[in-house]
Design a protein around this ligand. Sequence first.
Ligand code: SF4
Length: 279
Amino acid sequence: MTQLNIAGAAPAPSARDDHAAPAPSAERLAEAAARAAELAPIYEELSALDALERALTQDFPGEIALVSSFGAESAVLLALAAEVDRSTPVLFGETGMHFQATRYYRRRLIERLGLRNVQVIRPAPAELARRDPAGVLNQSDTDSCCHIRKVVPLERALTPFSAWFTGRKRSQSRTRSAMAAVESDAAGRIKVNPLAKWTADDVAAFMAARDLPAHPLVAQGYPSIGCEPCTSPIKPGEDPRAGRWRNSAKTECGIHVIDGKIVRVAPDDSGPLDRQIAS
Ligand code: SF4
């Protein structure tokens, strides 16, 4: 893994510093919401590949990244993005709590798809030392744990971008069933969901047709894979995401929540962002 020279290699469309994360203005939030509302019906009619191509070349050239957990269904969006441009920035939030199998799978997909710009984003050591020195915060406060290990680092990593891709699908859970093809987020950024219409069958058919490798844990009953302490296998008939934060009301890590829970401002004293290119 090589250290990324952010000033030289990050596809930053502006002089904004990804160390800072000022709260978005009401005007910026309103503009993003209006643009998302304008684009959503257009993207709704596009295939996933056409959505990626349009976003990367027409609507957000040089300004869009893909956020991937390298989980059970991540290969689909990564393969489609690679088909358009293998240099598409891919952000992976390394929480320090992932399954070893996920790191192995990340390396395997990078090699298989020829991805050239997978950026591994880590939480600030000072924040971990201050708020989770023993690495057990997930046992008492999952929202705070997700916040410092995943939400804040990825939010900071997204600062140079005006838009991002997610691999979320309406079929994944009841909480995602009404999701639009294009949304705005709490930072006033556009969120493009090229796979919004896809079902589990669509994913399986695509992976088979492309001969894409499966995450090693899928065969062990994990259709949705996050951090190891917060992910369990599911039983037949359960919601695919039922194994995430089991026995808890929590359903999302916070990255995808627009209202309410996210406090999106990164601490000003957390130091330079740890962003490295994975190989
Ligand atoms: S999924 Fe669990 S271990 Fe991972 S950041 Fe969230 S609370 Fe922490």
